[in-house]
Design a protein around this ligand. Structure first.
Ligand code: DSN
Length: 427
């Protein structure tokens, strides 16, 4: 549904705080007028936005349904119950906890549930595409635990399960993680589960990036194989900012206790309501079409980039993201990302496996299709996207060219209304 406002946006904020009002309007316009290719971002529906801005933010409800530490929970219990039952049905999970504030707290709760400080834990290295919470040395997961990391093969850019098994057999981790933030290929969750079983580790699949694809059935699910599945709720799943843990029945108590009272206080009920709505949306046939189009768009964009001589890690993609190694284009990721932003195309610079540059100005960029697919862009539009990106690369210092591209992008996007964002004057 296209939202059309005839009135000033955020009228109460305008009255209370003109500075925040103006910034809210500007950010709304930015999200509307730019091509958003950050792989972890999306546009939630107007209904999800409404729930997250509701009076539920006023309510404390530490505990779980029927066992709370505050009164007045009759509606909160029902809302949380709906979110849980919808997630269980959608993912086929035995048990779901919808209270984690986001992906990092969800993953911290997993450590609390299954490991002790100093234990050996194993995950994919950040520079190979893993996540900070999977044992990176600057994060709590790398400081409080003896973290060992696996990567990808230099010749294929893919995970080598034989290497994972060798490391796991040698290190005997308590927890084995699969998943990450810059993994463009399908992960063999069954293979990881077999390794975890062999070494006696708890197998945790972090599907933060791909949970919408998994929910839609267009990507293999780890739920049958993993002890625990962790996800954020705001990426391909297209819900509000939050986290969720799914697990086998036998881990229910450990997970619930770790989230509360182990790690967190009161759940963010406005987020839970938004999540319940998003899960209902994700169970509709239209969401399956959306999720498949995310992948089709990513494959079409990858093909258009390969045709222009771009070097893609692993040679392409199976999911919603593309990791591009720019070393053959003689630029680093950060200056290109900044030039693209000036040209109305928003993405992030990213390390690539075996990067020779520093993480704050690495050799790559990461490109994702979830947000633009939410606006209705299709595979036939991906050549134009690649053409814009290539024109930016060739004109990084040419401000007037970058501005001209930004105007083209904005004009093009005006035919693709963004969910939850008004068309017309934002006031
Ligand atoms: N920061 C998220 C991402 O961009 O992938 C992961 O936590």
């Amino acid at each position: 549904m296209t939202v059309r406002y005839g009135l000033t946006m955020f009228p109460y904020t305008k009255e209370a705080d003109v500075e925040i009002h103006s910034l809210l309007v500007e950010e709304t316009a930015r999200q509307r007028d730019k091509l958003r290719l950050i792989a972890s971002e999306n546009y939630v529906s107007a209904a999800v936005l409404e729930a997250t801005g509701s009076v539920l933010t006023n309510k404390y409800s530490e505990g779980y349904a029927g066992k709370r530490y505050y009164e007045g929970q009759e509606f909160i219990d029902a809302i949380e119950g709906l979110a849980i039952s919808r997630a269980k049905t959608l993912f086929g999970a035995d048990h779901v906890n919808v209270q984690p504030y986001s992906g990092s707290p969800a993953n911290l709760a997993v450590y609390l549930a299954f490991a002790k400080p100093g234990d050996t834990v194993m995950g994919m290295g950040l520079s190979a595409g893993g996540h900070l919470t999977h044992g990176h040395h600057v994060a709590i997961s790398g400081k409080f635990f003896n973290a060992v990391q696996y990567g990808v093969r230099e010749d294929t850019g893919m995970i080598d399960l034989d290497e994972v098994r060798d490391i796991a057999l040698k290190e005997r981790p308590t927890i084995l993680w699969a998943g990450g933030t810059a993994v463009p290929r399908i992960i063999d969750f069954e293979g990881f589960a077999a390794i975890a079983k062999e070494v006696g580790a708890t197998f945790v699949a972090d599907i933060a990036h791909i949970s919408g694809l998994v929910a839609a059935g267009v990507h293999p699910s780890p739920v049958p194989y993993a002890d625990v599945v962790s996800t954020t709720t705001h990426k391909t799943l297209r819900g509000p900012r939050g986290g969720m843990l799914m697990c086998k029945e036998e881990h229910q108590k450990a997970i619930d206790r770790a989230v509360f009272p182990g790690l967190q206080g009161g759940p963010h009920n406005h987020t839970t309501a938004g999540l319940a709505i998003a899960l209902k949306e994700a169970s509709q046939p239209a969401f399956k079409v959306y999720a498949q189009t995310i992948i089709d768009n990513a494959k079409a964009l990858a093909a258009a980039m390969l045709a222009r001589g771009y070097d893609l890690v692993s040679g392409g993609t199976d999911n919603h993201l593309i990791l591009c190694d720019l070393r053959n284009k003689n630029t680093l990721g950060k200056p290109l990302a900044k030039a693209l932003d000036k040209a109305g195309i928003s993405l992030n610079y990213n390390s690539v496996p075996f990067d020779t540059a520093k993480p704050f100005n690495p050799s790559g960029i990461r490109i994702g299709t979830p947000a633009m697919t939410s606006r209705g862009l299709k595979p036939e539009h991906m050549d134009k996207v690649a053409e814009w990106m290539d024109a930016v690369l060739l004109n990084m210092e040419n401000e007037s060219k970058l501005t001209a591209i930004a105007n083209d992008v904005k004009g093009f996007l005006s035919d693709f209304p963004a969910p939850g964002i008004p068309v017309g004057d934002l006031g």
